[in-house]
Write a protein that binds this ligand. Structure first.
Ligand code: FES
Length: 78
């Protein structure tokens, strides 16, 4: 299933896509693409709007940080 073209998401950027009704955040980290559920479990913050630094994205609502490679939380909500 095609949801986006790789050249539509610049390195260090993210895009929100709909995959069969699920909201998925696609991240481009130096040309490698990662997909995460867009809705963070803390309070439902939109990860596609988060700031990306290296392999980490910061949830825009309360500042939790994730590793996009593993989906591991590397920093708790502020
Ligand atoms: S909803 Fe993202 S840190 Fe709270």
């Amino acid at each position: 299933m095609k949801v986006a073209k790789t050249n539509e998401i610049e390195p260090g950027q993210a895009r929100l896509v709909d995959v069969q009704g699920k909201r998925i955040a696609l991240f481009n980290v130096d040309g490698t693409f990662f997909a995460l559920d867009n809705t963070y479990t803390h309070r439902g913050g939109p990860l596609a709007d988060g700031e990306i630094s290296g392999h980490e994205v910061t949830c825009p609502w309360h500042g939790a940080r994730f590793d996009v490679r593993t989906e591991e939380v590397v920093g708790p909500p502020a």
